[in-house]
Design a protein around this ligand. Structure first.
Ligand code: SAM
Length: 290
């Protein structure tokens, strides 16, 4: 029940997979169509069955005697064939990940691919996603953006990942754990350039929602002494218009030289800041002079 009366409709669904986006915080962000699909599907599948059951309870949707199947990263390969079989037998299957849009840094891809491979229909009940929600509040250009998911947790892999992103002329959208946020922002400052404008979007649509905007250096400074909790999206504006100062290039070179040869370090930093390679090589040579 929502607002005292049932808002969903139970109607027979055509056979197929229905990917259902669910709220990233506020339970009432679910769409009416998502509720209809959850109320009507023959089989329900979820990354976290308890979370889906709870969401259905909030909205007054009875599971009845319909199966509710757990389908997550660790069992998707085994569970998908069963769900594909159910669809082949004429059933409608609704799938929800734990929060937000399935397949966006969440399970669902192997299942959807398997359903498509046997020529069955995949339908989306679109709705919330933290990436788009963050773009809405960040105050940064959205005409061209790249969703890059979670950065690698290992430092050198994360730095290479950022070096690739540095060359992209677009607003960047990343997910990050609060445990690694300080380290991540430090690497962003060094590799993307600390003048880039960004927004750190935390706990979106929840009680303690917070958006911290500023340059990468400013946001890094603003959270340095805080023990951030909750869920975080980073939105980082494009870099080309921002002039990079010598200190930033120097700091990036310093880091790169810890792990790479002079030539490779110069190449990586030149690429990251879109600078002439020869110029950066000269700077790197100066730094390595005894
Ligand atoms: N499928 C989800 C979607 O469509 O956004 C993302 C799932 S991913 C496993 C979880 C990550 O999304 C979190 O670690 C965080 O980076 C981001 N996230 C999810 N909910 C959020 C929220 N309410 N506020 C900020 N970030 C959120």
């Amino acid at each position: 029940m929502a607002g005292g009366k049932t808002v969903h409709e139970v109607t027979p669904l055509a056979p197929g997979l229905y990917l259902v986006a669910t709220p990233i915080g506020a339970a009432r962000d679910i769409t009416l169509r998502a509720l209809d699909v959850l109320a009507s599907a023959d089989v329900l599948a979820a990354e976290d069955t308890r979370t889906l059951r709870h969401l259905m309870e909030i909205h007054g949707i009875a599971l009845g005697n319909r199966p509710l199947v757990a389908c997550h990263d660790h069992n998707e390969a085994q569970t998908s064939p069963r769900l594909v079989q159910a669809i082949a037998e004429g059933k409608s299957v609704a799938y929800a990940s734990e929060a937000g849009t399935p397949m966006v840094s969440d399970p669902g891809f192997p299942l959807a691919r398997a359903v498509i491979a046997v020529g069955q229909k995949v339908t989306a009940a679109p709705g919330p996603s933290a990436a788009l929600c963050a773009l809405m509040v960040a105050g940064l250009p959205t005409d061209r953006f790249v969703f890059a998911g979670f950065p690698p947790s290992q430092k050198s892999a994360r730095r290479s990942f950022l070096q690739e992103l540095a060359a992209i002329e677009a607003t960047l959208v990343l997910y990050e754990s609060p445990k690694r946020i300080n380290q991540m922002l430090q690497d962003c400052c060094e590799i993307l350039g600390d003048g880039r404008t960004m927004a750190l979007c935390r706990e979106l649509t929840k009680r303690f929602e917070e958006v911290i905007r500023g340059s990468l250096a400013e946001v890094r400074q603003a959270i340095a002494d805080r023990d951030l909790k909750g869920e975080i999206v980073l939105v980082i504006g494009r870099g080309a218009a921002v002039a990079v100062d010598a200190a930033t290039i120097g700091a990036a070179l310093y880091r790169a030289l810890e792990e790479m040869s002079v030539k490779d370090a110069a190449a990586a930093v030149a690429e990251a800041f879109d600078l002439p390679r020869r110029e950066v090589y000269q700077m790197a040579l100066q730094r390595t002079k005894p």
